[in-house]
Ligand binder design. Structure first.
Ligand code: NIG
Ligand code: FE
Length: 409
């Protein structure tokens, strides 16, 4: 047990937590100046004004934090970290005018990455994933969701799921990893319809792996030319039967009434939402399903960003993730992405911080982190800044310093 003492600015998000991450105001950051945290490597035991540190903790080892701001750790709740190869040629095609859909039709897209990923061994994919996780960790991310979805066959999707599971075990003392099964990412050429692919690969593999309890959630690319309402309902019903959570890539390239469908199945999150309609927004405002926005993808594809302000005003629980993947967002720094998009989204500071911590945790079914309070996990980070405003303002540098729990071991 140790004390982080005289923290210049401690952003607890206590009130944001109390408000379930919705309709947040600046005051919901619940900032304490000249603060202290008492914690062990697992849990926070006390936090408050440094001058009010209880006598029982006085003799503990203290870290002088007067030059640091402390925030809940970043959560990257939507990534496709397991893949091989790259799609550099597609990015150049896009700069020269081709759309995501046109590139996919010409043999590019998810299926292109599939051919490169299928050729890789378990060990090679694990090595690539570990390298990517190490980078995320160095940015201050300590919770990551990773999706399968570049195997698209029984063997290859199983291999990806096992790679994610192996990484989960290797990183468990540093990064909490959630394993999302996304075999329903694209239809490979071997099948003529998505229904056939669902019946032959997605559902049987899910049934096979579920008893091992290595899958935390399923996800599906619900989109024109990808997967239909029927495919999604089939997957979500099966997931429910197997007691596995649901997530959905929804309303990204077209308005497909995806958000409402996700909420109907109590999905943990529906993600992208560039084209979400008003009914979708109204539905999300009344349900726990998190709206997971992925601004890096908007930048990378050159699309107008999601209407975050409208969702926030309606009372939707909004989170932000990187969507790091080889095709639609080849950039992995979730905080930088959020920093760049914040003025466009017109998010206030509490909304922005909750989107990267508290609300992103909820999208992964995690409720004991994302705010700094007694009883919460010791998932907080030190930044080389005296105030949050400096962290937000500094675009040209990463001010992340250290994971709190590393100092507690
Ligand atoms: O989240 N939209 C579907 N899936 C990914 C793209 C993956 C890819 O293009 O390789 C996404 O954007
Ligand atoms: Fe994605």
């Amino acid at each position: 047990m140790k004390v982080f003492h005289h923290i210049s600015e401690l952003v607890t998000l206590k009130d944001a937590h109390q408000k379930d991450g919705r309709k947040l105001l600046e005051s919901d950051l619940s900032i304490i100046n000249d603060a202290s945290i008492v914690a062990n490597s697992d849990q926070i035991l006390w936090c408050g004004k440094a001058s009010e540190l209880p006598a029982q903790y006085e003799k503990l080892e203290k870290f002088d934090c007067q030059n640091y701001t402390i925030l809940p750790s970043w959560v990257d709740a939507h990534t496709h970290l397991v893949f091989s190869g790259n799609r550099a040629h597609e990015y150049s095609m896009r700069l020269n005018g081709a759309t995501y859909e046109e590139i996919a039709k010409a043999g590019g897209g998810i299926v292109y990455t599939m051919t490169q990923t299928r050729n890789q061994s378990f060990e090679e994919l694990k090595k690539l994933t570990n390298q990517r996780l190490a980078k995320l960790y160095s940015y201050g991310v300590s919770t990551v969701e990773i999706k399968s979805g570049y195997g698209l066959s029984l063997n290859s999707e199983e291999n990806m799921t096992r790679v994610i599971h192996a990484c989960k075990l290797e990183w468990e003392n540093k990064i909490t990893i959630k394993n999302t099964f996304m075999a329903a990412h694209a239809k490979p050429k071997e099948f003529s319809t998505t229904a056939e692919y669902m019946k032959s690969v997605v559902i049987p593999l899910l049934e096979k792996l579920a008893p091992e309890k290595i899958i935390d959630a399923v996800d599906i690319f619900h989109e024109k030319n990808y997967f239909t309402d029927e495919d999604t309902e089939l997957l979500f019903k099966k997931a429910k039967e197997l007691k596995i959570s649901c997530k959905m890539h929804a309303d990204e390239l077209n308005d497909n009434n995806g958000a409402a469908l996700a909420a109907k199945f109590h999905a943990l999150s529906c993600d992208h939402l560039l084209m979400i309609n008003d009914t979708g927004i109204e539905t999300l405002a009344k349900t726990p399903t998190v709206a997971m926005l992925l601004p890096g993808t908007g930048f990378f594809l050159g699309k107008p960003q999601a209407n975050a302000r409208k969702m926030l005003d309606a009372g939707v629980k909004v989170a932000i993730a990187s969507d790091f993947n080889p095709g639609s967002c080849h950039y992995d720094h979730v905080f930088k992405i959020a920093q760049f998009v914040a003025p466009t989204y017109k998010m206030n500071r509490a909304e922005l911080m909750a989107a990267l911590t508290l609300n992103a945790s909820h999208a992964l079914n995690i409720f004991d982190q994302g705010s700094i309070q007694p009883g919460m996990k010791s998932k907080f980070s030190l930044f080389k800044a005296k105030k949050l405003e400096d962290i937000l303002y500094t675009w040209n540098e990463d001010l992340f310093f250290k994971h709190g729990f590393e100092m507690l071991r």
